[in-house]
Design a protein around this ligand. Structure first.
Ligand SMILES: C[S@@+](CC[C@H](N)C(=O)[O-])C[C@H]1O[C@@H](n2cnc3c(N)ncnc32)[C@H](O)[C@@H]1O
Length: 292
């Protein structure tokens, strides 16, 4: 049976109207359960359009005629490469430079000066779902701007940047962006200072890149290996998970923070019951949670 599926312009796979095989309720549920086990993402009901739009290219690629066949193949685990492709297809990687502005201002004008005043010489920051790199590079740029007025005050600031999607992580590692990406959130002074123009696009300069280590990491898995962090950016990713997984991640992040460490969440995310472990620091149009 064929059904018309119209991908909306913002969706990442297809922006045209196409004939595509229908998806049964049973296959949808089977896939949702699989996806939640695979990467924690909860699709909820009525997201069939999202699944069909995003998995359609895999149908073509594996020469399959129905979603039923594709989902059976995915769930069987027989094609190991498919799991990576499913993660890439089903994650939402929307991001931009200095997204929301205030986290980077709080970092530059409150957190870093506070650490310096407390006699700290080392800084460890974790961008926990870094997508194509704009978040960790913005963190590194905010550090560079702070160091302009406080040269050499920190020994080797480190930013570890993780994501579950290999495709966005590879883009982040490259640090090369096209005009459209550059236009989202950087002012002229920042694009001039922090990038060099090349044939393939705009390349982040080494000074900004060297502070960052990129690593594939599923937030469902153990991340104590990353070491204790002073600041964690965990923004716009918890919204995709169940409340149980969100709580589990926050609990383990707390265990992975240095005393008085800071945690940034996305605008529509909250700490739930864990708020009691934190003080709220407000400023620059937003807020950050600081461990008590
Ligand atoms: C909307 S982006 C947020 C990017 C950035 N933090 C920001 O706020 O601009 C969400 C990212 O979370 C990643 N993600 C989804 N599930 C994940 C998981 N289980 N572990 C790690 N990263 C995950 C996705 O691959 C995606 O790049």
């Amino acid at each position: 049976m064929l059904a018309k599926v119209s991908a909306d312009g913002g969706d990442k796979q297809r922006a045209r109207t196409i004939d595509t095989p229908a998806l049964s309720e049973c296959d949808y549920r089977t896939f949702c359960d699989y996806l939640e086990r695979l990467c924690g993402i909860v699709l909820g009901s009525n997201k069939q359009y999202l699944l069909t739009n995003r998995l359609l290219p895999l149908l073509d690629e594996y020469s399959l005629r129905s979603f039923s066949e594709l989902i059976a193949l995915i769930v069987s685990g027989k094609k190991t490469s498919l799991a990576t492709r499913v993660v890439d297809a089903m994650t939402t990687n929307e991001t931009s430079w200095f997204r929301d502005q205030f986290p980077f201002k709080l970092l530059k004008h409150h957190i870093l000066p506070g650490m310096l005043e407390a006699g700290r010489r080392r800084v460890s920051i974790w961008s926990a779902a870094c997508s194509s790199g704009q978040e960790p590079y913005s963190i590194s740029m905010a550090i560079a701007e702070f160091l302009d007025t406080h040269p050499q005050c920190f020994l080797n600031p480190k930013i570890v940047s993780t994501d579950i999607s290999t495709t966005v992580l590879n883009q982040a590692r490259k640090g090369i962006y096209d005009d459209a990406a550059i236009a989202r959130g950087l002012d002229a002074r920042q694009s001039k200072r922090f990038f060099t123009a090349g044939q393939n696009g705009f390349q982040v300069i080494p000074e900004i890149k060297t502070r960052i280590a990129f690593q594939l990491l599923d937030l469902q898995q153990d991340y104590s290996v990353l070491g204790k962090q002073d600041v964690i950016f965990c923004r716009n990713v918890l919204i995709y998970f169940s409340s149980q997984l969100r709580n589990n991640i926050i609990e383990r992040m707390i265990a992975n923070m240095n005393p008085k460490g800071y945690l940034f969440l996305g605008a529509s995310e909250s700490l739930g019951g864990f708020v009691r472990y934190f003080e709220t620091v407000r400023g620059h149009g937003g807020m950050v949670y600081q461990l008590k």
